[in-house]
Design a protein around this ligand. Structure first.
Ligand code: ATP
Ligand code: MG
Length: 407
């Protein structure tokens, strides 16, 4: 027992090592801040200790830590650890204790030992001594360093010794908030939550934009976009996410009277980007994110992607561009945004034969005639903001949960 807390969990982080010292320090600060927010928002009292290679979290409820820590970007893996003096006898004793719990007669095992800045013995000597102690402690087991049934990891460092035998994978990536801010166009579908998650995983602070098409949206669209949004918030535990909702039916009313129905989808997506760009300029989001995927639907042919992108100046990130649908679905399952039963999320604006190669100049002429560039800013006045935290939509009566007119 140390720090008055009974359990210890060790967190390893990945690419932070690749960074220069000041950048690494900044990333660590953000990572530890994110860990603190996650734990405190779940009422978990903890003490966090960090050094160059690892973070140790002390808590009375280590089991509660694991499902939170494996949802924190930047965490490579998590191990519940036993602490000991960084000496050969002390670590050998702890290794024997672990082995008595988990190692059964007939099984093979390996000790993976590391020693850093502790004098008097080498890593190999530590491994050999601990291996001998385990062989004495558990009858009928054997050493196999290549394909062991069971592994014990021992680390002797000047800050202390640790032993563990399980490593639970974290999501990897970079600490959330270290890569600037972007606005992600989130829909009721499968792709855009995965695209958002991928950017969040790489450290981008994401705010969301949902374009509500009003009477043209299938009855389950709103419910599903909220479900996607809430699920994404469970990947940044303790951090509030915001989503702007634009009530854009007037824009779609206009598209429905346009004489050439086949251009509606391209006009729709250009309109969404224009709305996104207006927010990005106002709120200083560096880029937009979409779930576009090459060739998936008519608006995602290469030519249409080019025509759609040309409506805005702000950069557009499309992390799913080269994925197959199956790859996207398996990520969505892992993230928790996939549902077998999405209900009716159809779009009433889609024509029977949408254009697959819309010419930019033709589209611009239509937009000028429909006066779309003037309509968009007025739509933005009518929206509201929804928030989500820890996997749930923040209830409306809580402060800051939902606000009308965010501009
Ligand atoms: P998804 O692609 O997310 O599964 P979808 O298939 O309904 O949703 P697409 O027609 O493929 O949407 O649209 C491409 C992208 O445009 C989406 O990935 C998303 O980023 C954005 N998008 C679509 N509909 C909306 C919406 N109602 N509000 C905000 N963004 C949207
Ligand atoms: Mg899609």
């Amino acid at each position: 027992m140390e720090n008055g807390k009974s359990g210890v969990v060790m967190i390893r982080f990945g690419e932070l090592f690749l960074k220069s010292e000041p950048v690494r320090r900044q990333f660590m600060k953000v990572l530890i801040g994110n860990i603190r927010s996650a734990l405190s928002s779940h009422g978990i009292e903890s003490t966090i200790e960090d050094n160059r290679s690892r973070i140790l979290v002390w808590s009375d409820t280590p089991d509660l830590l694991l499902p939170l820590l494996n949802h924190i970007f930047g965490v490579v893996d998590i191990a519940p650890v036993l602490m000991a003096e960084p000496s050969v006898p002390a670590l050998s004793a702890v290794a024997s204790e672990l082995a008595k719990w988990r190692l059964k007669p007939g099984m093979s095992f390996a000790i993976r030992a590391r020693r850093e800045q502790v004098p008097g013995f080498t890593s190999q000597e530590l491994g050999a001594a601990a291996g001998g102690a385990v062989l004495d402690a558990v009858p009928g087991v054997r050493v196999d360093l290549t394909h062991p049934d069971y592994e014990i990891f021992l680390e002797a460092r000047k800050e202390g010794g640790i032993a563990y035998d399980v490593r639970i994978p974290g999501p990897g990536g970079l600490p959330y908030g270290t890569q600037g801010s972007a606005l992600s166009l989130l829909s009721a579908g499968i792709d855009s939550p995965v695209a958002s998650w991928m950017m969040m995983k790489r450290g981008v602070k994401v705010t969301f934009l949902y374009v509500d098409t009003g009477v043209y949206a299938g009855p389950d669209c709103y419910h599903n976009v909220l479900r996607n949004f809430a699920a994404l918030s469970s990947w940044v535990p303790g951090i509030r996410l915001d989503m702007h909702v634009v009530q854009a039916q007037p824009f779609y009313d206009l598209l429905m009277v346009e004489q050439e129905p086949r251009y509606r989808c391209v006009l729709c997506k250009r309109g969404m980007l224009l709305m996104g760009q207006a927010f990005a300029q106002q709120r200083k989001y560096a880029a937009l994110v979409t779930g576009d995927n090459l060739g998936q639907v008519a608006t995602q042919t290469l030519q249409n992607i080019v025509t759609i992108s040309s409506s805005v100046m702000v950069p557009i990130l499309r992390p799913l561009i080269g994925y197959d649908k199956e790859e996207i679905i398996s990520l969505a399952r892992k993230i928790g945004t996939f549902t077998n039963d999405p209900g009716d999320t159809s779009c009433g604006v889609v024509p029977s034969k949408p254009a697959t190669a819309a010419d930019q100049q033709v589209i611009e002429t239509v937009e000028t005639r429909l006066n779309i560039k003037d309509l968009i800013p007025s739509l933005l006045q009518s929206g509201y903001r929804v928030s989500a935290m820890n996997g749930k939509i923040v209830p409306e009566n809580e402060p800051g949960s939902k606000s009308k007119g965010w501009i």
